[in-house]
Design a protein around this ligand. Sequence first.
Ligand code: ZN
Length: 227
Amino acid sequence: MLWNILALVLFKIPDLPHRSSLHRPTRLMSKLTMILALCLVISSQAQARKISRVVIDPGHGGKDKGANRGSTYEKNLALNVAKRVEVLLKAKGMPVTMTRRSDKFISLTSRAAIANRYSNAIFISIHFNAHTSTRQTGVETYYYGEQGKKLAAHVHLRLLSRLKPRNGDTRQRKNLAVLNKTRCPAILVECGYISNYTERKKCLSSGYQYNCAKAIVDGIWAYKTYR
Ligand SMILES: [Zn+2]
């Protein structure tokens, strides 16, 4: 395939109009530049990862409320962001499975089992954070394993650039069931602290929720495209 394209560039594509045969070296250089560009395109395509499905996991649900402050519940915020991620991914033609689509309790092992039904899937668990200190703010991304680490790095970078939060960084968490029981690359995103008054107000806004979702999708796409 590659050799066919190279041969086409070298022998079949007509030269650009030129004034004299003195321009022959220039024409050769332009052909070589085209070959180099083609090689770069082909090699970047070869490096793209195959992702056949994204399993989106809105944290908590039902009797498991997650963190809460006043009338703000982590389980509701997580579902809002997850549904936005679903819409954005489907718009790109990516198959999506949600571990829950309503306020329903799902065990951690069931969530991992849903992800394990698929080959070439990735798993994104969406949460919001809380701390006893009301001053704590920021976005954190957890992962388990090497592929999870790469996925976390891409998603976290986009979260930082879109949300401009305190950088809570990425961390390996070996004790989280949704990460260590999933066989595919898996991450857990903590989209902000609802225990901080200012950050809670942001987390409740549709603009912030959209930006969380967009950053997650952009991160998934970067992971899919680049090594
Ligand atoms: Zn949580």
